[in-house]
Design a protein around this ligand. Structure first.
Ligand code: SF4
Ligand code: SF4
Length: 167
């Protein structure tokens, strides 16, 4: 299936659901949107093609991530929510393959120092319904071999991070 169709479907499936029932950005002043141009969010393969026209808020750069070339998006801390990348929509969750090779969705350990939902500093837990929805979306997206490969790369990045931090 055309990747653009897959991503648009994923975006739609996330339209009515967020990590908490309330806007968590109000609790932390949207810390995950306050990166600088050295940071950014990884774009999924072909995701940039979803945008029919250039989105001014989004800059991109190519980077090598564990041997694979990926596109990173950076923004100015404001965006048209309609066009925000998938990584932003699912944050602080990330899809990975577990030790048995099954697709799962976990809290991104790299978000611990940014996101209170990962650190637990506000005593709030991410909505299980949100997690289930994100998992369903990636089961759908995994039907695409490029996206599946990208999730394998993400898995190796998370594993390396855990080894480095001892998590
Ligand atoms: S950092 Fe975490 S709590 Fe804050 S807006 Fe982002 S996802 Fe929500
Ligand atoms: S694109 Fe939007 S949601 Fe994503 S980091 Fe930037 S401001 Fe936040």
């Amino acid at each position: 299936m055309d990747k653009r169709i897959l991503y648009r479907k994923a975006y739609r499936m996330l339209d009515d659901i967020t990590p908490l029932k309330i806007d968590c950005g109000l609790l932390c002043k949207s810390r995950c949107c306050r990166g600088d141009s050295n940071m950014g969010m990884v774009m999924f393969p072909g995701e940039y093609g979803v945008f029919s026209e250039k989105q001014e808020f989004l800059r991109t750069r190519r980077e090598n991530m564990n041997g694979s070339e990926v596109l990173f998006g950076t923004c100015t801390g404001r965006c048209d929510r309609k066009y925000r990348p998938l990584s932003c929509r699912i944050y602080p969750l990330v899809p990975v393959f577990d030790a048995r090779g099954n697709l799962t969705v976990i809290m991104d350990p790299r978000a611990r120092y940014t996101c209170p939902l990962v650190s637990g500093s506000l005593g709030l837990k991410i909505s299980p319904m949100f997690k289930r929805r994100v998992c369903r979306i990636f089961k759908l997206l995994c039907g695409d071999s490029d996206i599946k490969k990208h999730i394998s790369v993400l898995t190796s990045v998370i594993e390396s991070y855990r080894k480095f931090t001892g998590d």
